[in-house]
Design a binder for this molecule. Structure first.
Ligand SMILES: Cc1cc2nc3c(=O)[nH]c(=O)nc-3n(C[C@H](O)[C@H](O)[C@H](O)COP(=O)(O)OP(=O)(O)OC[C@H]3O[C@@H](n4cnc5c(N)ncnc54)[C@H](O)[C@@H]3O)c2cc1C
Length: 357
């Protein structure tokens, strides 16, 4: 993922891993269909690229002291303060008056009906948020008419031609109904070492809601239809083979090569969701991150939103500004990026991009 300013700030301020967390891409550029760089598109603007697994392991290390290969050799400068209860699914939430908010959940080992009362609940339960569904059932998560295919290839597996076009650059290709982009991300256990990083690509493809091709794509090898993504390793081989063949027809050769060399493809239906408020039950429940607003990936700002919401919460809690200010800053960010993402996605997939190759 692109590590935006807020993500980097959150890690600097709270996680303090004492190591770099991102690969630097010093420029962005567009290729045409033949794979030639479009000179007018070259922009020398550095962007930092990281990976979900590295952020996840660093966060859990800081929050609750989880050890893993990702944090080998890192020193904790203070004891972790939180408990991370893995395997809990919230099933209900209700106002408990002066007591606070009562939560009910199912625990993977202890079963259903677990409860606790809290002063404040921060719902960071993702774009399909159950807490949002309970408190604001009118908010829908809607399919946007296209999916993102994603994959990674070891940087050393790319040919010289592909490496020249794609390595340490943020590379794009646009044509009507198509967008593909790619960049280097950290490799195994978060390494940033040259030769051990991964080339990560994201390819948006249009599939109308209800179409046979979408049904086929989102139905796994066991015949189960999934709404958003498929569990790892369950994409039907014929679906992936067809997509790889399609890559050769419509993509610049460097991108087609990366798609062709990908072992573990990943698909994600692009969706929209935004709640009209982020505070519920008199301010005792706050909704943050994707649960509040799911951005289209073109913004490269979704992780940044989660980071921004956390940083802003910290500022309110330490008295930098009041609760109303907290709420309006978080809502403003959510509304602005959600709208911007819809504009970028609609232009890319259903309109005409100014740098079509
Ligand atoms: C393939 C992919 C690539 C992405 N790339 C980028 C990128 O390049 N840049 C970027 O900024 N963003 C990217 N994103 C988006 C980014 O991952 C999300 O915006 C971010 O993870 C949102 O964080 P969150 O904490 O709000 O929600 P999530 O990360 O979705 O976390 C929600 C958590 O809540 C848990 N949960 C759900 N329901 C319940 C329940 N009922 N009870 C208890 N727990 C529950 C889930 O298990 C999960 O752990 C990408 C997303 C995907 C899927």
């Amino acid at each position: 993922m692109v590590a935006g300013g807020d993500t980097l700030r959150l890690f600097e301020q709270y996680v303090r891993p004492g190591r770099e967390i991102a690969v630097r891409s010093p420029m962005r550029h567009y290729l045409d269909k033949k794979g030639t760089e479009m000179p007018a598109s070259v922009e020398h603007r550095a962007q930092m690229m990281t990976s979900w697994d590295l952020l996840y392991h660093l966060l859990r290390w800081r929050v609750e002291g989880l050890e893993s290969e990702y944090v080998a050799g890192l020193e904790q400068d203070e004891r972790p303060k939180a408990v991370y209860e893995n395997g809990c699914t919230v099933t209900d939430i209700e106002d408990a008056g002066a007591e606070g908010v009562k939560l009910t959940w199912t625990h993977k080992d202890h079963g259903e009906g677990q409860t606790a009362t809290a002063d404040l609940v921060i719902a960071a339960d993702g774009a399909s948020s159950s807490i949002r569904r309970l408190l604001a059932p009118e908010v829908e998560r809607r399919y946007a008419g296209y999916v993102a295919w994603r994959g990674t290839v070891s940087e050393t597996e790319l040919s010289t031609t592909a490496t020249d076009a794609l390595s340490e650059k943020f590379t794009f290709f646009h044509q009507e109904g198509i967008q593909i982009l790619g960049y280097l991300i950290p490799g195994k256990h978060g390494t940033l070492e040259k030769g051990q990083r991964l080339f990560n690509w994201v390819w948006y493809c249009n599939h109308p809601d209800g179409s046979q091709e979408l049904e086929d794509l989102m139905t796994d090898t066991h015949g189960k239809r999934h709404p958003i993504t498929l569990p790892v390793g369950t994409m039907k081989p014929q679906v992936w083979e067809k997509q790889q063949a399609h890559a050769k027809e419509v993509l610049p050769p460097q991108f087609a090569e990366a798609v062709g060399k990908t072992q573990q493809p990943f698909v994600q239906a692009i969706t929209d969701n935004i709640a009209s408020q982020n505070s519920f039950l008199g301010g005792k429940v706050l909704i943050v991150g994707d649960a509040l607003a799911g951005f289209r990936p073109h913004t490269a700002a979704s992780t940044s939103q989660a980071a921004f919401d956390a940083l802003t919460l910290g500022l309110w809690m330490t008295g930098e500004f009041d609760k109303q200010d907290y709420e309006s800053r978080v809502m403003q960010y959510a509304r602005d990026y959600q709208k911007h993402g819809v504009m970028l996605g609609e232009r890319s997939q259903f309109g005409r991009h100014p740098l079509n190759g």
